[in-house]
Design a protein around this ligand. Sequence first.
Ligand SMILES: NC(=O)c1ccc[n+]([C@@H]2O[C@H](COP(=O)([O-])OP(=O)(O)OC[C@H]3O[C@@H](n4cnc5c(N)ncnc54)[C@H](O)[C@@H]3O)[C@@H](O)[C@H]2O)c1
Ligand SMILES: [Zn+2]
Length: 349
Amino acid sequence: MKEIIQKDFEIYFGSDVLEKLAEILINKEYSKIFVLVDNHTKIHCWPILSPYIVNYELLEIESGESNKNLQNAELIWTKLQQHQADKNAVIINLGGGVLTDLGGFIAATYKRGIDFINIPTTLLGMVDASIGGKLGIDLHSFKNAVGLIKNPKYIFIDPTFLKTLPAIEMRNGLAEVCKHALIDDKSLFEQLQQTHESEVLDSLLFQSLKIKVKIVKKDPFEKDLRKTLNFGHTIGHAIETHSLKNDPIPLKHGEAIAIGMICEAYMSVVIQGLSTDELKKISTYFISRFPKYKGKLPPSSLIEYMKNDKKNEEGFINFTLLKKIGKAKINCHCHDELIIKALDYYQHL
Ligand SMILES: NC(=O)c1ccc[n+]([C@@H]2O[C@H](COP(=O)([O-])OP(=O)(O)OC[C@H]3O[C@@H](n4cnc5c(N)ncnc54)[C@H](O)[C@@H]3O)[C@@H](O)[C@H]2O)c1
Ligand SMILES: [Zn+2]
């Protein structure tokens, strides 16, 4: 078992972490233990976790982004109340990013905040969503419109849970694993280049999540360094929104972000002096592991989406670009023509 001990939270990583969880639950003497699952993690993950927990209430929501909403928060708050959960109760979130964002939000606001523990069960959850304390719900169609930043007390990351995760969800997380490498760790990128398709070895997973921990520790409220995590996301989010509106089967977040990273790497060559050799390596990596987008990428509507991005400042579209693989530069701006060229570059790969 590997450990990362921080001032306000602890992370345990490995296939033996649930024993540690059982030990902590006994020592902490919580007044009540609630376990939040979705309909998939109830089937695939709860049987693995349940032998380690006694005296609990199991709470369930439907899976999927459309359920990260106020109605579900209210439903779970009400159930906590019905079970007389007091300030010394704890919620264990067993699931992907939807569940840890929602469950964390519910815990952080119930009675002005009770403890919560994250047990991420998707690759994206393990390297990204469960770490860094961003909690929240969507409001109408606005993602993460209401929320706050508060860390869980503990995060238990057991790669065993990934055995039942569908391949498309693995690839979704792989995009973020690779993003961490591109912004911070050249050697991790080189190791990823040598792995096949969406295979992610435990050691690579751990290296990737350590990068997220390091970044959010230095800049928890996204004043500067945390913005490096937005690499690929300015164009990627616009493509994700476009696909959601136009495609019968919309792109997953990771698939859109993979395209975004290729385009923003292209822009990095022009603005930040990334070498064309490194651009080629990045493009080859994503093209060989992610399906090529077959729909249209109309620059004008994509740029319009980018102009509405909440991360913009002073009227500029804000990009995080790369100086080289392993070194990111935040707050970059460019003319629209370069964005158009970058989209064109992707479409001709
Ligand atoms: N808080 C943050 O910093 C942060 C960062 C990135 C993303 N997010 C959020 O994370 C969410 C996306 O998270 P996600 O990609 O994990 O999606 P998700 O939580 O919807 O999980 C994906 C699917 O996999 C299923 N599943 C989960 N674990 C499984 C397992 N072990 N076996 C089989 N099926 C399993 C889920 O039920 C779901 O159907 C978004 O809402 C996004 O906004 C938050
Ligand atoms: Zn992302």
